[in-house]
Design a protein around this ligand. Structure first.
Ligand code: UDX
Length: 460
């Protein structure tokens, strides 16, 4: 019989240092992982960039340590993000090393506590070099699916074989060994030369260096084949312990303030009647797509809750809601700058989710049994959309140019049609399987116990 659940107190004084990337879709799963490990008795230290820090008030149980970084002026545009990631890797190395050395000395002297390991976002490779220097084990956190890592390998292979630029005419073909992906689903465009910076980014993000394991915000039942194939390659233990947000007690992890007025509005709506629209924290669209979205929503006749961030429309554009839109929609639509998304998706009134398919949003929607309209922008979003529409069959895709007519039709298909009903049923089946995985004997539950033992063994 397996040796399940460790006594939380057994880990008291064992410190786990978390190093998150200050982007919403990465910060959230790292803090959730902290909450999960805290519940297993570990002391949690979050060593974070000064730039976009997490809010310590939301996690009084953690110790927060800012790393001075002299970073500022970054926005959400993609190439800018590559600069941000590379700057953090360069500038946070020395402060992290200094802090860990100090922490190890202080803890030993004062409490007999010890640093068990450092867990870092897979894009922050500097952490592994610090961990090696101070001789502390390190573990990588991957906040997106395993197939995404496979696809990075594949893009680099295509590049090495001189197959990029890849012909446009072959984009619909399946990628060998990456079923069910087509070339067009690969996370970055391959029909033009890939900038050196992006190649470096891909190479660096698939390299786990001397890290001893990978933790996934993923459930084995969702992508068992991809996880096992990847495990053959990396040869370190994998811990797929997702969905994190269901394994951890709910706490806000948002950088932006959540507008909770939408919950009272949802309370007044009929069950499964509302379409929720959000493109996560980074994706943005041009003025035309934004206006078409507004008209598509207005013309669909469906109640909607729409998240429009202050930077939802591309740089240097000043977008205003089209004239007549708000009058036409009236009480039927609510627009907020940032929503308490997990609560929104769990609300009985929400019947569909129009999403950019970031992994957190995708997982949150699956966990609440809410079918989706998929409008991926970049990176793993394309892969997630392929899985949602083709493998799990719980989402409708809009692959071409978005106009108000196609939008209206798609919304009505999802919210009113038989297809939408069937998708909701399939979503609920997956939700049940995920819930079973979190119970004693289930895969996430067991994997979490294995992870706890693994970390504990470093100090045995
Ligand atoms: C990014 C990438 O785009 C994504 O593909 C990758 O998997 C993780 O990093 P992001 O684009 O922000 O993240 O999307 P997503 O992964 O969906 O994360 C967004 C998070 O913000 C979710 O946890 C969601 O609940 C939250 N959110 C979003 C809110 O709390 N309120 C909102 O109004 C919108």
């Amino acid at each position: 019989e397996r040796n399940v659940e460790l006594e939380p107190c057994r880990n008291k004084g064992r410190i786990v240092v978390l190093v998150p990337l200050p982007l919403q879709g990465h910060m959230t799963p790292m803090l959730q992982l902290g909450t999960i490990l805290y519940s297993k008795g570990f002391t949690i230290v979050v060593a974070h960039s000064e730039f976009r820090p997490p809010n310590p008030l939301n996690h009084p149980e953690f110790i927060f340590q800012p790393l001075s970084d002299n970073l500022s002026g970054y926005d959400a545009f993609f190439m800018n993000l590559l600069n941000l990631i590379s700057d953090i890797n360069a500038k946070c190395r020395a402060p992290l090393e200094k802090y860990i050395v100090q922490l190890m000395q202080d803890q030993k002297l004062q409490h007999g506590n010890e640093v068990a390991c450092i867990i870092y976002d897979g894009l922050l490779h500097f952490v592994d070099s610090v961990a090696t220097c101070v001789k502390i084990p390190s573990i990588v956190l991957r906040p997106s699916p395993a197939i995404c890592m496979h696809s990075y390998h594949h893009i680099l292979q295509l590049h090495a074989q001189n197959l990029i630029p890849f012909p446009e005419s072959r984009l619909e073909e399946p990628v060998p060994e990456l079923h069910p992906l087509r070339f067009k689903d690969l996370p970055y465009p391959i029909t033009c030369e890939i900038p050196e910076r992006l190649l470096d980014f891909l190479a660096s993000s698939i390299d786990i260096r001397s890290s001893l394991a990978i933790i996934w915000n993923m459930a084995d039942i969702l992508e068992h084949p991809a996880l096992s194939a990847l495990q053959q390659h990396y040869k370190v233990p994998f811990f797929p312990i997702g969905p994190f947000h269901k394994m951890a007690a709910a706490t806000s992890t948002s950088f932006l303030e959540e507008d909770r007025s939408c919950i009272a509005w949802l309370d007044k709506q009929a069950s499964n009647s509302v379409l929720y629209i959000s493109l996560g924290s980074i994706a943005c669209v041009d003025e035309k797509e934004m206006s078409e979205t507004a008209w598509g929503l207005a013309n669909s006749g469906i109640p909607f809750l729409w998240v429009v961030r202050s930077d939802s429309v591309n740089e240097k554009q000043h977008w205003h809601f089209p004239e007549g839109f708000k009058a036409l929609v009236g009480e039927r639509g609510l627009i907020v700058k940032w929503a308490p998304q997990k609560e929104v998706l769990a609300h009985r009134a929400v019947g569909g989710f129009w999403s950019h398919c970031g992994w957190n949003s995708t997982f949150e929607s699956i966990c609440e049994g809410v079918p989706m309209i998929c409008r991926p922008h970049f990176g793993d979003q394309l892969i997630n959309a392929r899985y949602l529409t083709y493998v799990w069959k719980v989402g409708l895709n809009i692959e071409n140019v978005l106009d108000r007519e196609s939008m209206e039709t798609t919304i009505r298909r999802l919210m009113l049609g038989i297809e939408g009903k069937e998708m909701r049923k399939r979503m609920l089946d997956i939700k049940e399987k995920l819930e079973a995985g979190m119970l004693k004997g289930g895969s996430a539950y067991e994997s979490l116990n294995d992870l706890t033992e693994f970390i504990t063994s470093f100090l045995a």
